[in-house]
Design a binder for this molecule. Structure first.
Ligand code: 6R9
Length: 669
């Protein structure tokens, strides 16, 4: 099928009767919030019919649609020939084209009114503020690109970035993109073990880190973590160290260099080379249903197009916006909606280094007032924490600069949605509840704020070119109102291309779920569509947990636990939690002769945090004499989940090997 765009299959009309007032039984949530006339008047896309028209074009004439969008949004050094080469599950977008991603985020704005516009406004946790214009950002990136080249770094080489949320993190990503190096950003909250595993998997040559970063008034010792990680990471030749907190670090001769020293004296003009549309841009590790994190690979042109178009439409970007996304660049949200999608649009991005409740729980609101921020994009877990901390922290602030709110990372419960809408948005700001994944690269199901009537808890309708369906286990579409598995039935430009070094896992994990439908991308999420075609995401239906908006594989936690000498066997499950969405409960059987006890529980919790990172520290550990298993030896997580939730064990237990295990587990605690 190479060379031509696959013809669209006939499909159900994606949008029907959205304007219909009555939402019946299928939905528990009946409220509808229409965009105000005032918002619609100023919106980039101001009506539902305009959305529908463009959407229909995007799925009925995808070749024409994507050709036009790619030509108008991106700066090309060489025009592409084909829009898409699709041999499921491998896609190549905009083949024959050449471009430079950093140039698309920076150089294009120079010589325009944006040259001296703020690209980044940064506030550190101690309160230090820096503003960096587009011109200045290009200056920084150009110099760092020279540093990379002087270190002998080549296009295609991997660079691990382990930095706090400071402007240099963005500079580092863009400098990689500029020379065609592939970055892999590792969230600063990951442990040395987790960092090591990621460095080794992609064989990074360079690690970029800082002495430390600020978090709740304390220094997170990033350089010390890197030193530990590198004890077992032979591919790394150089460590570039940013000075941020001025805490003491040890510098190893011949390996470690200070950013500010390497940076001195070099030229600040950097001629960027052009790279192929499909040149790898970054690898981002994410949790899957087996123990080893998956290295999701994104490439250049398609990823940038997806990030740029969605940012422009979903956030209704205007020249004067000051946009704040609270995600760390260590997550995909930071990649697409702090860095690439926003800077390519010439927007002003506000970034914050520290914790949302430092020194007090009103930090976000204070920063919004202080800097006149207009758009806030954050996660439901943060919104629920703000709710819990109390309205008084919000009411001290004006928040009158805000015009649009966004949510991402997990389903937002209608209660949190309503609070966000009234307390933060003052009933004035639309909320865009955006569904997407590390793998999708860009937002997939989302309202467009000037067009889409909102229903609290629903991510609403697909973005242009996206054709999602809710299907049964055979891949057949289920009737509206029925739950099923969420799939994406067409390739899209910002889709992942493969898993780094694991193409088989890529094929099996994402495209092998429905025999006969090897061109259906399986999201791992459950969902239903209501009678208006709105999507309601239920959450993961594989062995992936979503804890405070962070993906965590049950198998990852289990393998961390069994690496402890006292543990024989472990099973991790998620328990519904008002604040975190899910909390982490683990069941552990100990090796013979090892006595259980609270001290050991604490030790195991610390052990998991040490192996993965603090976000994986179990909320509860339960010792068990045995774990419920099927006759073929599989742990029955469903039963453990019921026990963790405190409910009765219901459902089918006929395959259970030994029911007494369950009885004793229930008796425990
Ligand atoms: C962007 C990001 C992806 C998983 C995804 C789903 C959940 C994300 C959501 C949502 C309901 C939303 N998720 N956004 N669920 N409504 N608006 O979070 O990527 O870290 O890869 O997580 O997060 O379960 O499958 P990632």
């Amino acid at each position: 099928m190479g060379g031509v765009l696959q013809l669209p299959k006939p499909m159900p009309k994606p949008v029907t009767n959205v304007m219909d007032q009555t939402i019946t039984s299928v939905s528990r949530e009946h409220r509808i919030f229409r965009p105000s006339a005032e918002f619609q008047r100023q919106a980039n896309l101001g009506s539902l019919s305009a959305y529908k028209k463009l959407y229909e074009e995007s799925v009925n004439s995808p070749e024409k649609f994507w050709r036009r969008e790619a030509e108008s949004h991106l700066v090309w050094r060489k025009r592409f020939t084909d829009v898409l080469k699709w041999t499921p599950p491998h896609a190549k977008w905009f083949t024959g084209g050449r471009l430079n991603i950093a140039e698309n985020c920076l150089d294009r704005h120079l010589g325009t009114a944006r040259e001296n516009k703020a690209a980044i406004i940064f506030e550190g946790e101690p309160g230090d503020v820096r503003t960096i214009t587009y011109r200045q950002l290009l200056f920084h990136v150009s110099r760092l690109a020279h540093v990379f080249e002087n270190l002998g770094l080549n296009a295609g080489d991997r660079v691990a970035i382990y930095l706090p949320m400071v402007p240099e993190a963005i500079v580092a990503m863009l400098a990689c993109a500029r020379i065609g190096a592939v970055h892999t950003v590792v969230f600063g909250g990951f442990s040395p073990e987790a960092l090591k595993a990621r460095i080794n998997d992609c064989k990074a040559r360079l690690v970029i880190t800082a002495d430390g970063g600020w978090r709740r008034g304390k220094i997170v010792e990033l350089k010390a973590n890197v030193d530990k990680a590198l004890e077992g990471a032979p591919s790394v030749q150089t460590v570039l160290v940013l000075r941020r907190c001025r805490n003491e670090v040890s510098m190893r001769d011949g390996r470690d260099i200070w950013w500010h020293e390497a940076w001195e004296g070099g030229p600040n003009i950097h001629k960027a080379k052009a790279f192929d549309s499909e040149h790898p841009l970054f690898i981002l590790y994410t949790s899957g249903s087996t123990g080893k994190p998956k290295g999701v690979l994104h490439t250049s042109a398609g990823f940038l197009l997806g990030a740029k178009m969605t940012a422009q439409h979903v956030f209704d970007l205007k020249e004067n916006d000051r946009y704040f996304c609270s995600a760390d660049i260590g997550w995909i949200t930071g990649h697409s909606y702090v860095v690439y999608g926003l800077l390519s649009n010439g927007a002003t991005v506000f970034i914050y280094e520290g914790a949302p409740n430092h020194p007090e729980p009103d930090r976000f609101w204070r920063m919004i007032d202080r800097h006149g921020l207009t758009i806030l994009y954050t996660a439901p877990t943060a919104i629920r924490a703000f709710m819990r901390w109390g309205d008084n922290y919000v009411l001290r602030h004006r928040l009158d600069s805000l015009r649009l709110l966004g949510s991402v990372g997990e389903p937002i419960n209608p209660e949190a949605w309503m609070w966000y809408h009234t307390m933060i948005g003052k009933k004035r700001c639309p909320i865009v509840d955006t569904w997407w994944q590390t793998e999708t690269g860009a937002i997939m199901i989302t309202p467009l704020p000037g067009a889409t009537p909102l229903k609290p808890g629903s991510a609403t309708l697909p973005f242009f070119g996206v054709v999602p369906k809710v299907v049964d286990s055979l891949g057949h579409e289920v009737p509206r109102g029925t739950g099923g598995k969420l799939v994406i039935t067409r390739p899209w430009p910002s889709m992942l291309r493969t898993l780094w070094g694991e193409d088989d896992r890529y094929k099996r994990g994402y495209w092998g779920e429905f025999p006969g439908h090897e061109d259906y991308y399986f999201t791992g999420d459950g969902a239903r569509q209501d009678k208006d075609g709105y999507f309601w995401i239920v959450g993961r239906i594989d062995d992936v947990l979503n804890i405070s908006g962070h993906r965590l594989g049950t198998a990852e936690v289990e393998s961390a636990l069994v690496s402890h000498p006292a543990v024989a066997e472990a099973a991790a499950v998620g328990k519904p939690d008002d604040l975190k969405g899910q909390s982490l409960v683990v069941f552990v059987t100990l090796k013979a002769g090892i006595p259980p006890g609270d001290a050991l529980k604490e030790e195991l919790r610390a052990h998991v945090a040490g192996e993965i990172g603090a976000m994986a520290r179990p909320d509860q550990i339960r010792f068990a004499a045995g774990l419920p298993k099927t006759r073929s030896g599989k742990i029955m997580r469903r039963i453990l989940k019921e026990i963790a939730t405190g409910g009765e064990v219901r459902g089918d237990t006929t395959t259970l090997e030994d029911f007494s295990v369950v009885a004793s587990l229930q008796a425990e605690e």
